[in-house]
Design a protein around this ligand. Structure first.
Ligand code: GUN
Ligand code: ZN
Length: 440
């Protein structure tokens, strides 16, 4: 192998090839205790043991060696609200009151393009500090909020999905559009951004309670006119919300049926939360190939309930993790796994360390229908990755001394790690973030 465009990284390396719940732990991943990742023109060229790969490299090759570190594919956040960055940790309310009291007034400020630009930059830098390289993000109703987000993502070359919120009722006037305006503005944004580099557009009706029939019909029309778009919304997060939807849409058999009625289900549709689903709704998600964003820190913070991961697994539904900040309380997928584990403990279900890191990487990529591009280190994949530091904090260092198996190390990293454990984040093979302080 020759060429200056070759980049070579050495560390412990782990990536997933399949869902541990489907194929069993042992066949779900590849792990190289002393591994090498070779990147060419931003794509993975090879991954494997250093003893096999290093001898074939040109003798003058520069190898970046991350000692005492683990390289994983970049984390995938399947549901997050970038405009809520400043209002994370807002006290005291459950979903519907939380939206009225804190969320809507904060989102109002995104009519100002300068404000949107500032927060988009802070938000994307925060993702990189946490090892997240792909996200499906909600903007606000304002087109300026989407423009600001996509231009900041383009500068950073991150793979991002985003869309303008559609919302035409049951919200303050300053945050509502109309079915026609929402359609027209979405069209303009799709033209401007969808498929440009690593950016993709999601049609984003906020949730059924804030959308009229006419607006949901327009959302369906956009998806029919552009079959490779995403659909991104909330579903069955809170019991009062579910009751409200039944009242607003009496002609539908339940919450998911509202979205089904307007043709919004499919393999590029992501539904956040899905806590209070019926058995039939689980089955319909499976039949349509729709994905779920499991958002444990948010579900606990707003007191929404416990997501039934075991049920979703049994019904073979694609699930990814979402931080859902600002209802979620952390940008870190490691901390999100930590809380996910506890939500499953409360249901007597064990979320294994391998399954949880699968969810944060390949599982998320599959939920977003991006498994051909990201999620692991198979040759040709986009080379986004995170370098986790086993010695990031004194307690991590101490605790990891007792771990001999990779699964044990993953568990400890997820329970005790957060942004401090991220030594570096790489986008398309290039350093996008490098932690600027020294530890032990
Ligand atoms: N449902 C409708 N909008 C929102 C939101 O902004 N956050 C959460 N967690 N749920 C929602
Ligand atoms: Zn949300």
């Amino acid at each position: 192998m020759t060429g200056n465009d070759l980049k070579i990284y050495r560390a412990e390396i782990l990536h997933f090839l399949a869902d541990p719940a489907e194929v069993g732990d042992a066949d779900s991943y590849e792990y190289f205790p002393d591994g090498v990742l070779i990147v060419k023109n931003g794509q993975v060229q090879a991954v494997g043991p250093s003893r096999d790969l290093l001898p074939n490299l040109p003798p003058e090759s520069e190898v970046v060696h991350h000692r005492d570190c683990l390289i994983l594919p970049g984390f995938v956040d399947c549901h997050v609200h970038y405009p809520q960055t400043e209002m994370v940790a807002a006290y005291g309310e459950q979903l519907l009151e939380w939206l009225e009291t804190y969320t809507f007034p904060t989102e109002r400020e995104f009519a100002d393009a300068n404000k949107a630009r500032k927060v988009a930059e802070i938000f994307l830098d925060e993702l990189l500090r946490n090892g997240t390289t792909t996200a499906m993000a909600v903007a606000t109703v304002h087109t300026a909020s989407v423009d600001a987000f996509f231009s900041a993502a383009r500068t950073r070359r991150m793979r991002m999905i985003c869309g303008k919120v559609l919302m035409d009722r049951n919200a303050p006037e300053y945050l509502t559009d109309t079915p026609e305006r929402g359609y027209r503005e979405s069209k303009e944004l799709i033209e401007r951004w969808h498929g440009k580099g690593r950016l993709q557009y999601a049609v984003t009706p906020r949730f059924a309670p804030t959308c009229s029939d006419a607006q949901l019909a327009k959302a369906g029309q956009l998806l029919r006119e552009h079959p490779d778009l995403y659909l991104h919304t909330h579903l069955a997060e809170n019991l009062d919300e579910v009751k409200w939807v039944k009242k607003l849409f009496p002609q539908c058999s339940g919450y998911l049926d509202v979205y089904a009625h307007f043709d919004l289900l499919g393999k590029r549709s992501i539904f956040a939360h899905c806590i209070h689903l019926t058995d039939e709704e689980f089955k319909l998600l499976h039949r349509t190939g729709s994905g779920i964003a499991f958002c444990p820190t948010s579900n606990l913070f707003l007191g929404s309930g416990l997501f039934r991961l075991a049920k979703a697994e049994a019904e073979a539904i694609n699930v990814g993790l979402g931080t859902d900040t600002g209802a979620g309380t952390s940008f870190s997928l490691l901390q999100t796994i930590n809380e996910a584990y506890k939500t499953q403990q409360l249901q007597k279900h064990r979320l294994s360390p391998l399954k949880s890191l699968y969810l944060a990487t390949l599982g998320g990529a599959r939920s977003l229908d991006l498994q051909e591009r990201i999620g692991n280190f198979l040759p040709g994949k986009e080379a986004d990755f995170v370098v986790l530091d086993y010695r990031a904090t004194p307690i991590l260092d101490l605790r990891l001394e007792r771990c001999t198996q990779i699964a044990d190390k993953l568990f400890v990293l997820a329970m005790l790690g957060d942004d401090r454990a991220v030594k570096a984040t790489y986008v398309l093979g290039d350093e996008a973030y490098f932690r600027n302080y020294c530890t032990v």
